[in-house]
Design a protein around this ligand. Structure first.
Ligand code: SF4
Length: 377
C-alpha cells in the first residue's frame, strides 16, 4: 500500500446530474432528487479516513462533477464549513464550483459566495440553442447569459466559461459567433474542449446509425486555431493547451495538476496523486456509498508510476503548458528536436521547450516523438 499525504490541493467529486448529455461518458448519477445529506456525510467520512494527515494549509479546493451546482446550497455550505474547519488556510484559498447555467439563481449564487466559493466554472458549451438541444443540455443561450450576470451581481469576480468545439458539420454551428458571445460576457477564464466520440454515448449511437457525422480532424484544427486567434486578440493568454485566461486568472487548482504537484481527491471516481503513485475511488455512486457506509476504504485501485511512466507524464504535462518543458531532459534527442522545430511545432525559449499553437494541435504525436525510441519523429 502506498502512503499518501493530504496536500494543499483538494478535489471533491459531486456525481449528480439532471440528465446525461449526448457526448458524456463520465460516471454520473442521474437523479431527480439529490441525496444531499447522504452525500455530505459520505464525503466527511472519507475525509475523516485521511485522519492525521489533515493539517496542511489548503491552497485550492475544486468541486467538480457531475453537476456540483445541483447540490442544495445548504448542503454545499455544510461541506465547505467542514473542510475549512479541518484545514488551516492562511492564504486565500481558490474555491472553484462547477455550475450549470440553469442552477445559477440569485439565491444559489449568494449562498455559494457566502459559503466561500470564489470561482465558478460555468458549463455554457455553446450559445446556439439548436446545438445546446443536440447536446441534451438543460439550459439555453439566454439562461447562460443570465447566469453570468447573476454571478456578477452576487460578487463573483472570477468566472470561467466552458465551450465545446468541433461539433459535427451538419449542425452548422457558427463557432466564431460562439467565441464572440463568450468574449462579450467578459469571463476571466475560458476552457475549450474538442468534442470526442466516446463509446456507449448517445452521440456514438447517432454516428453508428448514420444520423450524424463524426467530427472531422480538419474541423477540429480550424476551430482550435480560430479560438486562439480570437481569444488572443481579446486579451486572453493560452497558458495550457485548452485553457486561456486574463492576467492573474489562471486556474490555480488545474495548474497544480499540470505541474505534477500532489493532490487529494474525495468522492466517487476521484483520483489522488502523491508525486509517484496515483489511486482512484470506486466510480459508481452506489458502490462508493456502500464502501463508505460499511467503513471500508472507497479506493478501487492504485498504481505506482514506473520511471518510464513518470518521464512520459513529465514530458506530456510540460508540453501542455505555455511554460513548456525544461530542455535538459530531452536535449539528447537533437535530431528529433531539429525536425520538430523545423516544422514549426516547437520553439526553444530560455532553456525550455514550448509548443506553438500548431504544436499543441499535435501534442500526442510530439510527446510520442520525445519519449519513444530515440530517432523517431
Ligand atoms: S452535465 Fe457534465 S457530467 Fe453531467 S452529463 Fe452533462 S457533461 Fe456529463
Amino acid at each position: 500500500m502506498v502512503i499518501y499525504t493530504t496536500v494543499p490541493h483538494l478535489y471533491v467529486h459531486i456525481p449528480f446530474c439532471a440528465r446525461r448529455c449526448s457526448y458524456c461518458d463520465f460516471s454520473i448519477a442521474v437523479r431527480r432528487r439529490i441525496p444531499a445529506r447522504q452525500y455530505v456525510t459520505a464525503i466527511r467520512t472519507e475525509l475523516e479516513m485521511l485522519g492525521p494527515v489533515w493539517g496542511q494549509p489548503l491552497e485550492t479546493l475544486y468541486l467538480g462533477g457531475g453537476t456540483p451546482s445541483l447540490l442544495p446550497a445548504d448542503a454545499l455550505t455544510t461541506l465547505l464549513q467542514y473542510v475549512f474547519h479541518r484545514t488551516p488556510s492562511p492564504h486565500e484559498v481558490e474555491v472553484t464550483l462547477e455550475a450549470n447555467p440553469e442552477d445559477v439563481t440569485p439565491d444559489n449564487a449568494a449562498a455559494w459566495r457566502g459559503a466561500g466559493v470564489n470561482r465558478v466554472s460555468l458549463g455554457t458549451q455553446s450559445f446556439d440553442d439548436r446545438v445546446l438541444r443536440w447536446m441534451h443540455r438543460v439550459h439555453d443561450a439566454a439562461r447562460a447569459r443570465d447566469a453570468v450576470r447573476t454571478l456578477r451581481a452576487a460578487g463573483f469576480a472570477n468566472v470561467s466559461l466552458d465551450l465545446i468545439f468541433a461539433v459535427p458539420a451538419d449542425l452548422e454551428r457558427h463557432w466564431a459567433r460562439d467565441l464572440d458571445e463568450a468574449v462579450a460576457l467578459a469571463p476571466e477564464h475560458l476552457s475549450l474542449y474538442g468534442l470526442t466520440v466516446e463509446p456507449r454515448t448517445p452521440l456514438a449511437r447517432w454516428i453508428a446509425r448514420g444520423a450524424t457525422a463524426a467530427p472531422s480532424d480538419e474541423r477540429y484544427a480550424d476551430e482550435y486555431l480560430l479560438a486562439h486567434e480570437r481569444l488572443s486578440a481579446a486579451g486572453y493568454a493560452f497558458y495550457e493547451v485548452s485553457n486561456a485566461a486574463r492576467d492573474g486568472r489562471r486556474s490555480r487548482h488545474n495548474s497544480a495538476y499540470w505541474t505534477g504537484r500532489p493532490y487529494t481527491g474525495a468522492g466517487p471516481a476521484a483520483h489522488s496523486f502523491n508525486g509517484r503513485a496515483r489511486r482512484w475511488n470506486l466510480s459508481a455512486w452506489e458502490a462508493y456509498l456502500q464502501a463508505i457506509e460499511a467503513g471500508r476504504s472507497p479506493v478501487e485501485s492504485e498504481e505506482v508510476l514506473s520511471a518510464e511512466q513518470q518521464e512520459l507524464e513529465r514530458v506530456y504535462l510540460g508540453l501542455r503548458t505555455s511554460e513548456g518543458l525544461p530542455l535538459g531532459g530531452v536535449r539528447h534527442r537533437s535530431a528529433t528536436l531539429t525536425a520538430l522545430r523545423g516544422k514549426g511545432w516547437l520553439v526553444e525559449n530560455a532553456g525550455r521547450l514550448q509548443c506553438t499553437v500548431e504544436g499543441w494541435l499535435r501534442l500526442d504525436a510530439l510527446v510520442a516523438a520525445l519519449t519513444g525510441p530515440a530517432g523517431a519523429s
